[in-house]
Ligand binder design. Sequence first.
Ligand code: ZN
Length: 311
Amino acid sequence: MPGFRRLYPPAVASGSRALWFVFHDADLVIRNGAAWPLLEGSTDAPETGPVATPILIGEFDGLPLLAGAWLPGALVPDGYETTGLRALFARGDEQMSALAGCAAQLLRWQRTMRFCPACASPLAPVSGSWGRRCTACEYSAYPPINPAIIVLIHDDAGRALLTTRTGWGKRYSLVAGFVEPGETFEQCVVREVREEVGVDVADVCYVSSQAWPFPHQIMVGFMARYTGGAIAVDHNELADAAWFTRNDLPELPPPFTISRRIIELWRSGGQTLNVERLLPILRQHIFSRRAEGIDCQRRLEGLDRVWYVAR
Ligand SMILES: [Zn+2]
């Protein structure tokens, strides 16, 4: 991330000025109406006064970046208000959202991971990391990050299979699910799609990922091509699943979510293709452009919406 450098315990903040993420329970304390979620202060405390469990997470634009928890029972003073992490995400500043998510996860880790889950002895820091090691039995642990896949299923007829859950109203999104032990992301995509909507997919293709600190996930985004089966909704997970064309999409998730970004990528022409399907398209493209005497290489580089999937 530009402007940000991670630091790990036992690093100490240098200088006198510092930037702070201050959390009131799960919410951030910000200046009234501020779009910027950071408070200023010294390396000892933010501008709002002392905080509990301060941690140094890195340097931002050369200044120490710290995070701390609001003191229990203290009132938020005039001139300040609280805002949720989701509201911060919705503002669209990806770097600040990611840093605030990082701060929230590390604060939660420091607060909750104090005793060994195996023998209940106190845990001690592992130098050079956020890890904790048991002082009695050597059990060690690091901040949890749970990977979950999220996948847009498309067919060859220009449709995408979207799903909705109870409580989502008219909004539809992508199939998603947690990676199980011993599973690759690609295997997880195939299994989750099969379990949740009953269809088969192939040509699973990575698109992008999004850190999702609710509470400590990373969403790993894919596209996959429908290969067969009728929709059979798992009603323990979903309220409905249906095919939609690009011109007939339902209400979608908000723009800052990876699900919406993948849907928009598909809406603008993105899909996965296996080699057998890709080569004829490339050959045709080369041939037609050669006939027109146009630089083939340059034209191929313009094909930024075709995914290449090795088999
Ligand atoms: Zn132990």
